[in-house]
Design a protein around this ligand. Structure first.
Ligand code: ZN
Ligand code: ZN
Length: 254
């Protein structure tokens, strides 16, 4: 198994997951050139990807999709409403047989792949659970952790979970109030402490956690790490290694 968060944050997201020989990209929110290069650095040829899974249609998750599809003709999976909400330029660039609307779990390249709904201000946003001999969940862009999310992330080996902001830093920061209100809303982005409590509440905690989609304005890698690890330690949990994903560099777990 390999999980490489190639890029994570409001300027672009892409995560590579390999399980049992299956090679999956979750989101294509950086340029196709960057995805190709970042995968090459992982010794992966982008042409060998089995699929691209989209969490939602926001630009920071899809901006590389049209070119990636043009180059490699990769099948793309997401909820029907998400595919219908992609920017028109992207929809026009992708041959419709490559677009696969999904509701529930399906099998692909030997894996069981399941979308699960998240609470975010997009058409029909999801996280993804990928299960083979090991299980990985990618869950970013959510205002709060619903019971659906709790169930979907439980028992995973590797969890990529949003730790977007510190509410106090956000409130004191320079963002205009409507944007602050959007981020803080239950359809916005997950605060560091909320990520920590989601991990603490899990019945079967992951072996590794990536803290992802950190705000560059309202968070820092140290603040996210210290907040989450501090809450976990306070609950007597000291056996979950935390890896902080980055906007401009890949962070990997092999
Ligand atoms: Zn995002
Ligand atoms: Zn989003």
């Amino acid at each position: 198994m390999q999980v490489s968060v190639l890029a994570s944050g409001s300027k672009g997201n892409a995560t590579f997951v390999a399980i049992d020989g299956a090679k999956i990209l979750v989101d294509a929110g950086i340029s196709a050139t960057r995805i190709k290069k970042a995968l090459a650095a992982e010794n992966v040829d982008a042409a060998d990807l089995d699929a691209v899974l989209l969490t939602h249609e926001h630009r920071d998750h899809v901006v590389g999709l049209a070119t990636l599809s043009k180059w490699y003709h990769l099948p793309i999976y997401s909820r029907r409403k998400t595919l219908a909400s992609l920017p028109i330029s992207i929809q026009q660039a992708i041959a419709s047989p490559l677009l696969h609307p999904v509701d529930g779990a399906f099998r692909l390249a030997g894996l069981s792949i399941m979308p699960f709904s998240t609470s975010h201000d997009a058409a029909d946003p999801v996280g993804w659970r990928l299960a083979g001999s090991r299980t990985v969940a990618v869950c970013t862009d959510l205002g709060f952790v619903t019971q659906t999310v709790e169930a979907a992330i439980d028992g995973t080996d590797v969890l990529v979970l949003e730790a977007n902001h510190d509410p106090a830093v956000l409130k004191d920061g320079r963002y205009p109030w409507p944007l602050k209100r959007r981020i803080l809303s239950n359809r916005g982005h997950l605060a560091n402490a909320d990520a920590a409590w989601a991990i603490a509440r899990m019945q079967h905690r992951p072996k590794d956690v990536f803290l992802a989609h950190l705000s560059q304005e309202n968070n820092t890698p140290d603040l996210a790490y210290e907040t989450v690890s501090g809450i976990l330690k306070g609950q007597g949990i000291d056996d979950v290694p935390l890896h902080v994903a980055r906007q401009d560099a890949a962070v990997r777990l092999i």
